[in-house]
Design a protein around this ligand. Structure first.
Ligand code: CP
Length: 322
């Protein structure tokens, strides 16, 4: 299908964040992912792009979508896939992130997919190991494959990003998804508007080159895509909202607030959702407006494209041969 001999796509040999990607790199990944959408819808889903390669998933934070789709992506492309059970590993005996990663690196994997609670963890590991590193979410910093799958979902529905107005709503301050999406959507020519209470806007919001609103109804005016975010309680050190009930009243997306957006506006959410907190089930389950299930499907295709792109940069003899 893709052929590992094709042109390299990711120039650094890693995927650490959207900030470092060029527009041609993003476009190439989206184009490649389209081929994997088609493959995943076909009866025969196996490819040999990663045959003989080893992929390790190293998740220090819980995950449903990202970990399972990287596992399935690796398997569909023919790799041997190891999911490290971090909770049962020697991390519980005090082994550090770097020692854990260098230990796994000694087993000569080709690609390490890492999720960690600290911003910069994936970049740090990329300097300590000699395989490709993919950032599957580092603290509140970046979640590049989420932004890429969101972009693929939008592109398939709207054709292009130029002139689109995308609202990112909710807990932006603690969200790596928001940060990666701001980078990607801005690079691709979309307008981005952040909608949140002041307490949930990042301290550097004014320097991000985006529009800002603290009023959900006014903020949604003219919006093409409404991207909702979960309250990331695991990254909150104190009380940022008076109560979940009050938060839903002012910022939760229900039919009445969605009617403030452009007619035909579409709704996205990276998951996991907290129904009745940031989004009403009436909207989340409405297939006419909700792209949430489609985002999950695009997630698998994007992760296959990312693994394929990284494999193109691996030496034929094996990157770790010594
Ligand atoms: N959107 C996302 O990263 O979901 P998971 O935490 O389930 O991987």
């Amino acid at each position: 299908m893709s052929g590992a001999a094709d042109e390299p796509i990711l120039q650094t040999g890693h995927l650490l964040g959207i900030d470092a990607l060029s527009v041609p790199e993003i476009e190439s990944l989206l184009t490649l992912a389209e081929r994997y959408v088609a493959l995943n819808r076909a009866p025969e889903k196996k490819q040999n792009v990663l045959r003989g390669r080893t992929l390790i998933n190293l998740f220090f934070e819980s995950s449903t979508r990202t970990q399972s789709s990287f596992e399935l992506a690796g398997k569909r492309l023919g790799a041997d896939v190891l999911n490290m059970a971090v909770k049962n590993s020697s991390v519980s005996k005090g082994e550090t992130l770097i020692d854990t990663a260098t230990t796994l690196n000694a087993m000569r994997p080709d690609i390490l997919v890492v999720r960690h609670q600290d911003s910069g963890a994936a970049e740090l590991l990329s300097r300590k190991v000699d395989c490709c590193v993919v950032n599957a979410g580092d603290g509140a910093h970046e979640h590049p494959t989420q932004a890429l799958l969101d972009a693929l979902t939008i592109k398939r529905r709207r054709g292009s990003f130029e002139g689109l107005l995308v609202a990112i709503c909710g807990d932006i301050a603690h969200s790596r998804v928001a940060r990666s999406n701001i980078h990607l959507l801005s690079k691709m020519g979309a307008r981005v508007r952040l909608i949140a209470p002041r307490t949930l806007l990042p301290a550097d919001a004014d320097r991000l080159g985006v529009e800002i609103s603290t009023d959900m109804r006014k903020g949604l005016e003219g919006v093409d895509i409404v991207m909702m975010l979960r309250l990331q309680l695991e990254r909150m050190g104190g009380a940022f909202i008076p109560s979940a009930r009050e938060y839903f009243h002012f910022y939760g997306l229900d039919r009445e607030k969605l009617n403030c957006a452009k007619p035909g506006a579409l709704v996205m959410h990276p998951g996991p959702m907290n129904r009745g907190v940031e989004i009403d089930s009436d909207i989340a389950d409405d297939v006419e407006v909700s792209l949430i299930r489609e985002q999950v499907e695009m997630g698998l295709a994007i992760r296959m494209a990312v693994l394929d792109a990284l494999a193109r940069g691996l030496p034929r003899e094996g990157r770790n041969a010594a």
